[in-house]
Design a protein around this ligand. Structure first.
Ligand SMILES: [Zn+2]
Length: 455
C-alpha cells in the first residue's frame, strides 16, 4: 500500500516523486522549474496565512541554472528575497550554488545542519535577528561580503571547506561569533574577517564579540583592515588569529606613554556592562595580552608586541588592586608593579630610568654636600663651585660603587663627623647604591625591550 502523502516527518503534502515517496520540496529528483513554481506558490500561501515562520525544513533546493554554465550571481532562487518572519532551513540541502544575495531576514535565520554543496552567497544580506549557522556545512566558499549582522551570529560546529569570507561586513549590534566545537572531528576551515564596519543600527553598541571561541590549527581567524577597538577577544587564543593591517585602541595615562589596547580593556575600564554577566577578570585580559605579545613577536611586529607586553603588567597591576576571592588585596604585587610602572613604565621607557638615576644622584649630592662639605653654611645666590663639584663627585663615586670614597672622605674628614652624621651618610649611600643598581637594571630592560628582535 502506497501512502499518498510525503514521507518526511510532519509533512502532509502529496507525493510528487513516487520512487522517493516525497513531496516536491523534499524529493531529491525533480524538475527545477516545477520546483521553482511550487516554491513561489508556497510563499504566497505563507504570506496570505501570515505564517509566523517559513518552514523549509529538510527541503532539497535545486535551481534552474546549471552550475557550470552560470556564475554564482545568476543562481537566484532567493536573490533579494525578503523573509518577513523567521526562516527555518533546518537540515535543508542546496544541491547547487545557493544565492541569498541582498536578501533580508527580519526574524531568525535558522540554518542548523543545512548543507551547501556549492558556493553560498550571503553577500549584502541583512540579518536583523539571530543568524544561526550551527553545524551547517559549506562545501564551497561562503560569501558574507557586505552583509549586516544586528544580533548573534552562531558558528558553532559550522564547517567551511574553503573559506568563510566576511569582507566589508557591517556589525550593527552586539554580535557574537560563537565558534566553539572542541573535540569535533569535522574540518572547520578558516574565517576571514576583513574591513569590518561598525555602525549603530539599534539600541546596542555595535560590537563583535569573539570571546570564548575555540580556535585550532585547522580553524583559524584572519582579521584584516579592521578596528580592533570594537572587537572583544578574551578567552579566544589570539596566537591562532592572523592579524593584518589592523588598528588597536589607544590608552593614555597622565605622565605615561600611549599604549595600544584591546577592546576588552577599553570596555572593562569604561563600560563593563557590554560584557553582560560574564565580566572578564584582569587575569583573563593579561592572558590575552600574553598571547598577542607572542603572536606579534613571532610576526616580527615588535612595536606592537612591546605595547602588549606593557599591557601584561598593567593587567597584573589592575588585578592586584582588586580584591581576590578571599576579599584580600595583593599589596605586595601592587607595590612592586606600581614601582615598576613608576620607574620605567613597565620597561616601555628608556628615558624614565635615566631621569630617575640623574635625579637620585642630584639628591644624594645635596645630602653629601650639606653634611660633609658644609654646603649650606653660608648660602648665597652664587654657589661655591668647589663644594658643588666635591658633592657631585661624592654622589658619582657612590653611584659607581667606588668603596674608597667613604673611608677617605667620611673617616678622614676634618674636623671628624659625629656618629649621627656618619649614620645618615651611610644610610644615604646604601639607599643610593641600591636604587641606582635597580634603575640601571631597569634601563637595560628597557633598552632590550626596545631593540628586541627575536625571542
Ligand atoms: Zn514533504
Amino acid at each position: 500500500m502506497t501512502s499518498s502523502t510525503c514521507s518526511y516527518e510532519g509533512c502532509t503534502r502529496p507525493v510528487h516523486n513516487k520512487d522517493e515517496g516525497k513531496c516536491i520540496f523534499h524529493a531529491k529528483e525533480k524538475d527545477p522549474q516545477e520546483f521553482r513554481d511550487a516554491l513561489a506558490d508556497q510563499i504566497r500561501v505563507w504570506r496570505k496565512e501570515k505564517a509566523t515562520v517559513w518552514n523549509f525544513r529538510g527541503w532539497v533546493f535545486v535551481d534552474v541554472q546549471r552550475k557550470d554554465k552560470y556564475p554564482l550571481k545568476k543562481s537566484n532562487l532567493f536573490r533579494r528575497a525578503v523573509f518577513p518572519v523567521g526562516a527555518d532551513f533546518y537540515s535543508a540541502k542546496f544541491s547547487g550554488k545557493a544565492s541569498f544575495c541582498s536578501a533580508a531576514f527580519s526574524g531568525t535565520a535558522y540554518f542548523y545542519l543545512t548543507t551547501f554543496s556549492g558556493d553560498a552567497d550571503f553577500s549584502s544580506v541583512t540579518f536583523s535577528g539571530i543568524a544561526y549557522f550551527h553545524s551547517a556545512t559549506f562545501s564551497g566558499t561562503a560569501y558574507f561580503e557586505s552583509a549586516t549582522f544586528c544580533s548573534m551570529l552562531n558558528m558553532a560546529y559550522t564547517s567551511f571547506s574553503i573559506l568563510g569570507d566576511f569582507t566589508n561586513t557591517t556589525i550593527g549590534g552586539d554580535v557574537w561569533l560563537m565558534w566553539p566545537g572542541v573535540g569535533q572531528e569535522r574540518k572547520r576551515g578558516r574565517l576571514l574577517l576583513q574591513g569590518l564596519k561598525f555602525e549603530k543600527k539599534g539600541e546596542e553598541e555595535p560590537l563583535l564579540n569573539l570571546r570564548g571561541n575555540a580556535l585550532q590549527e585547522d580553524c583559524k581567524l584572519l582579521i584584516r583592515d579592521t578596528k580592533m577597538k570594537k572587537i572583544l577577544l578574551e578567552g579566544t587564543d589570539c596566537r591562532l588569529i592572523e592579524f593584518h593591517n589592523v588598528s588597536w585602541g589607544k590608552y593614555k595615562e597622565k605622565l605615561h606613554a600611549k599604549r595600544q589596547i584591546v577592546g576588552d580593556e577599553h570596555y572593562l575600564r569604561n563600560e563593563p556592562s557590554v560584557f553582560g554577566k560574564n565580566i572578564p577578570s584582569w587575569n583573563k585580559i593579561e592572558e590575552t595580552y600574553q598571547q598577542l605579545a607572542d603572536r606579534f613577536r613571532k610576526d616580527l611586529k615588535h612595536p606592537a608586541a612591546n605595547d602588549f607586553e606593557r599591557g601584561i603588567f598593567e593587567a597584573r597591576l589592575m588585578a592586584a588592586k582588586q580584591k581576590n576571592e578571599e576579599g584580600k588585596r595583593d599589596w605586595h604585587n601592587r607595590f612592586l608593579l606600581g614601582a615598576y610602572k613608576f620607574a620605567s613604565d613597565f620597561s616601555g621607557s628608556i628615558f624614565r630610568p635615566v631621569f630617575w638615576t640623574l635625579l637620585l644622584t642630584v639628591i644624594a649630592a645635596v645630602v653629601y654636600g650639606w653634611l660633609l662639605y658644609d654646603g649650606f653654611s653660608n648660602v648665597t645666590w652664587w654657589p661655591d663651585f668647589g663644594k658643588v663639584l666635591k658633592s657631585a663627585v661624592a654622589a658619582l663615586r657612590v653611584a659607581s660603587l667606588d668603596r674608597g670614597w667613604f673611608s677617605s672622605a667620611v673617616d678622614g674628614s676634618l674636623p671628624p663627623v659625629s656618629d649621627f652624621v656618619r649614620f645618615i651618610l651611610s644610610l644615604t649611600a646604601i639607599i643610593q647604591t641600591l636604587l641606582t643598581a635597580i634603575l640601571i637594571t631597569l634601563f637595560i630592560f628597557s633598552v632590550r625591550r626596545r631593540f628586541k628582535h627575536t625571542e
